[in-house]
Design a protein around this ligand. Structure first.
Ligand SMILES: [Zn+2]
Ligand SMILES: [Zn+2]
Length: 149
């Protein structure tokens, strides 16, 4: 559920400041190959509408695939956002929960590519939907090129 803010966040060094007018109360985590490498183990995101979102500071952007790009603080390296850019600009960005105190008050509700997680760790959580690669890509056909190694 989208909540009204404003929600204020920042990166590790404080050079990047984020203000979101609205922020979801749900966190999703992704174990796809791209998110695993980029996030340092797993990547999590909270949806925020692009409208009403401001991100100030030295943000660099990497086009991680045909479909999406990822932004980080160029000073300290903190992951700031993920978003779809081509043929599926959703009007939303996925912000890193860690930008906000207490993860913005959001809770983990969904783990995707759950069957692709490394064998050595597992995200706990009550009522967490765990969606495997096959069913996730069946529901999101645009993703199959995003994550196929
Ligand atoms: Zn920083
Ligand atoms: Zn992913």
């Amino acid at each position: 559920m989208m909540r009204d803010g404003p929600f204020h966040g920042r990166c590790l060094c404080g050079a990047v400041r984020v203000t979101a007018a609205r922020l979801d109360d749900e966190i999703s985590a992704c174990h796809c190959d791209l998110c695993t490498r980029w996030g340092g183990g797993v990547q999590m995101g909270i949806e925020a509408p692009a409208d009403g979102l401001s991100i100030d500071g030295p943000v660099k952007v990497h086009r991680s695939s045909r479909l999406a790009e990822r932004g980080w603080c160029d000073t300290c390296g903190s992951a700031v956002f993920f978003r779809y850019v081509e043929d599926r600009d959703t009007g939303y960005l996925e912000l890193s929960p860690g930008l906000f105190d207490n993860a913005g008050g959001a809770r983990l509700t969904r783990v995707v590519y759950a069957d692709r997680r490394p064998h050595g760790y597992w995200l706990e959580g009550e009522d967490v939907a765990r969606i495997g690669r096959k069913s996730y890509e069946a529901d999101n056909p645009h993703l199959s090129q995003e994550t196929t190694p």
